[in-house]
Design a protein around this ligand. Sequence first.
Ligand code: HEC
Ligand code: HEC
Ligand code: HEC
Length: 394
Amino acid sequence: MQNENYTRHMVVGLLLTLVLMVSMGVAFVRESGRIESVAALQQKKSLQTGRQLYVDNCTSCHGTRGEGGVGAVLNNSTLLKKASNEVLFAAISAGRPSTVMPAWGQANGGPFTDEEIRDIVTFIRAWEPTAPVVQTATFVPNPARGAAIYTYGCYICHGEDGKGGSNISVGSTSVSGDAAVSAPAVNVSAQLSKHDDEWYRQMIINGRPAKGMPSWGGVLSSNQVEDLISMIAAWRNGERVVPEITVAELLNSALYSLKQNDPDDALFYLERASASAFGPALNRFPPIIEQVKNKQIAPALADLDTLSKDWPIGDATNGETIFMDTCKGCHGAEGQGGVGRKLKPNTFIQTNTNADLFIFVRTGRPGTAMRSFAGTLSESQLADVIAFLRTWQP
Ligand code: HEC
Ligand code: HEC
Ligand code: HEC
């Protein structure tokens, strides 16, 4: 009897437990379903907010579907595969110093909260499954170009090859030892191995104005800073870096020497220029070299002056291809303009020499979307583009 009762209790207990387990299981399944739909809802809300913020703030530079313009192409499979959400978040929050890409995060003085930036990232991320692969001209830092920048901006204080210069006096006419600041040698292996690229990047961008090291962040483009960093990295490997010099610069030096009545120097520059020259103007170098050798200074000066204004001369057919790859996005396939100015026809092109246009496209126009093409296009490619732009002028 007692035994029977006990069994009955056990059966009831077991049944109850079963019922409890089943109902808990159902609740559990329901709960996870609820969590999922909350997440989906949040994702949808985030996407909507992100879209709104994007449309209001980013389309003018990045295009309505992220196709790019003044700003980088964002709807790009290569970028979206490479950049995690954190990377996109950081780029949007901090912006890109020395470019027109502003900082959007409140932490960086911008208008958006972290959550709003995450919403924008959600919106951009949603392009990934269908994003096309977009070829963008990538910038490759170049130590030789860095060395050329060094020659103009750093040599005067840090000396040849970064081995240290003489004392310089900063902000004072006093010649006493106290007012003279000595710029340290930069190319010192113990120092170079102690600091990484990021340290040098910060040093160059921010400088130490109080100690006499200027801040270069507002003077040099971020690409130029990277060229300098690659030069310093080459020094760290014990390499000697020779500055990259364009034919245009060599011609200028030759002209200057000739005006100073120094034909030997002029000959040196002319021969180097001739050796790296290219294109239809090639045959204009030897006669000038002959004139200088024969000390016929006046005619040499006249011809060299003309040549240095005409230089560089390229090939318009190649130039058209380069234009369609590199410039069309902003200036239009027919040169009709868009983000960039109308180039067909264009008085700026008509009133400037090739030499002027070469410097212009190489340097860009600071503070506008017309960026520097040094490092993305070589001297001969720029020559080709200029030749092509000339075909659009009456
Ligand atoms: C005034 C023009 C401008 C506006 C407005 C602008 N951007 Fe940019 N953005 C740029 C430029 C130019 C670059 C490329 C900078 C460089 O050369 O590194 C860039 C780069 C980026 C990058 C990095 C892309 C890469 O290849 O690493 C992201 C991400 C980005 N922008 C997102 C945004 C978002 C989101 C907004 C709106 C909240 C926005 N940008 C608004 C101009 C702009
Ligand atoms: C007007 C003179 C001057 C010019 C021009 C100058 N620097 Fe400097 N630089 C200095 C002085 C002075 C210091 C030492 C600052 C200090 O004592 O902290 C310095 C420090 C540095 C350092 C840190 C060296 C170390 O190992 O501690 C680096 C790197 C550097 N400069 C790079 C450059 C580069 C690159 C350029 C050109 C873009 C440049 N400097 C142009 C004066 C100059
Ligand atoms: C990301 C957009 C963009 C790209 C790419 C671009 N440009 Fe520009 N370009 C501009 C803008 C914007 C201006 C006008 C700048 C200003 O407001 O002064 C301009 C100005 C110019 C001018 C001067 C026109 C004038 O009337 O002042 C020339 C020449 C020029 N670009 C040539 C080129 C060439 C050649 C390329 C390709 C190698 C190129 N641009 C690529 C945006 C661009």
